[in-house]
Design a protein around this ligand. Structure first.
Ligand SMILES: CC(=O)N[C@H]1[C@@H](OP(=O)(O)OP(=O)(O)OC[C@H]2O[C@@H](n3ccc(=O)[nH]c3=O)[C@H](O)[C@@H]2O)O[C@H](CO)[C@@H](O)[C@@H]1O
Length: 369
């Protein structure tokens, strides 16, 4: 069997696609990933050994301007290229995980009569999946409530959860400490702003750094590529000793499984894929939802964990270095709290999500054969 897989723009769409790709490959499928040439997938996907072709696309402009012509021109070209590739690759399936590159690619699969599936990670679906939902054969969802926004026949909807790459779940903590050069005797805090990094988090961590240095706590801080130099310079100008082995400031970590496995506490944005990973790894977290996310969906994501006692939430509007440090101290200095939050996170993990999606793919395959 052969599948074209697509999805991208940010890690939140790419990693679920890679989880599906990896599992199908294990089952003998041939996979070709179609992504955007200009976005993160062009770098991330080939590193995993998955065949990748980059398309040239433009995002939907916010208002009607000359950019609309460029959007139509490039995306029509991408659509025609996708048609050609799907045909010559002889794909049986086209599977999309959101992000605007998935639009022309999945649509090309629909036009060619291939079996088509989309997966939506967020409670409030992205615009691409909203547009594609009515045309595809199967819609897999992380949250049941997303179906309310999609207006599609409920028979083609399946609630699968959000697939996490098996290595994220299975990484041994000892190996993680070794790989990241961490001391297993000390507590570790992971700070991550999602795949792009979060400037507002990066700007409010000096107090936390100071505390970590004074109390022998390790920090892995993933700044995001764009912000890396600025963050380092800011921290240096505050006279924080970045050469101290307790501190690891990293722009982007490909081996996220190590950072997740090593962490006792995670400070994070509340993207749906990040949360699926945090719960799968059974970690306590402090979540700072991205306030400008469509329909404030990160706040909705974060609340699901907070309600169960798995996470503390800080709204962007109230975030300060002092408040973040206070929340960290509340949790990291209270072993019982740390453990009960980790247990609550574990109770929310959807370890069968990947299996559920593969089952949905296999069922669709049987049904139409
Ligand atoms: C700004 C934006 O559009 N955010 C959206 C995007 O977030 P974003 O792309 O940040 O996605 P998530 O926060 O859900 O996940 C981040 C992913 O990047 C990985 N990672 C991160 C940092 C790093 O150094 N290395 C690394 O591998 C994480 O392991 C995770 O798999 O997609 C999510 C899932 O659709 C949405 O919920 C978010 O609202």
């Amino acid at each position: 069997m052969k599948a074209v897989i697509t999805g991208g723009g940010t890690g939140g769409h790419i990693y679920p696609a890679l989880a599906i790709a990896e599992e199908l490959k294990k089952r003998g499928w041939e996979i070709l990933y179609l992504g955007s040439k200009q976005r993160m997938e062009a770098e991330i996907v080939p590193k995993t050994g998955c065949d990748f072709i980059g398309l040239s696309l433009r995002p939907l402009p916010r208002n009607i301007s000359f950019k609309l012509f460029s959007f139509l021109f490039y995306n029509l070209k991408a659509f025609l290229k996708a048609l050609k590739i799907i045909k010559s690759f002889k794909a049986d399936f086209v599977i999309g995980t959101g992000g605007f590159v998935a639009g022309p690619v999945v649509l090309a699969g629909v036009m060619l009569g291939r079996k088509t599936i989309i997966h939506e990670q967020n409670a409030y679906p992205g615009i691409t999946n909203k547009l594609l939902a009515r045309f595809v054969n199967k819609v897999c969802l992380n949250f049941a409530e997303s179906a309310d926004y999609l207006k599609v026949n409920t028979q083609k909807v399946e609630i699968t959860g959000n697939p996490v790459r098996p290595k994220i779940i299975n990484t041994d903590r000892k190996k993680a400490y070794q790989s990241l050069n961490l001391n297993p005797e000390l507590k570790t805090i992971l700070i991550t702003g999602g795949s792009l990094g979060a400037e507002i988090i990066n700007q409010n961590i000096k107090e936390l750094y100071q505390y970590a240095l004074e109390n022998e706590i390790q920090i892995i801080h993933l700044t995001g590529r764009k912000n890396y130099e600025k963050v380092k310079n800011n921290l240096k100008s505050s006279n924080l000793n970045l050469e101290n082995p307790l501190i690891k400031v990293i722009d982007y970590l490909d081996e996220m499984e190590f950072a997740l496995a090593a962490a006792d506490l995670i400070i994070s944005r509340a993207g749906a894929t990040a949360l699926a990973e945090i719960t799968s790894c059974a970690k306590a977290s402090i979540l700072i939802p991205f306030a400008a996310a469509a329909e404030n969906h990160q706040a909705v994501n974060a609340k699901t964990l907070a309600k169960k006692g798995a996470a503390a939430v800080i709204e962007e509007s109230e975030l300060s270095g002092e408040l973040l440090l206070k929340k960290v101290i509340d949790i990291i200095e209270d072993e019982q709290k740390l453990q009960s939050m980790a247990a609550a996170a574990e109770s929310m993990s959807q370890k069968n999500a990947l299996k559920n999606i593969i089952k949905a793919i296999e069922n669709l395959n049987k049904k139409n054969n």
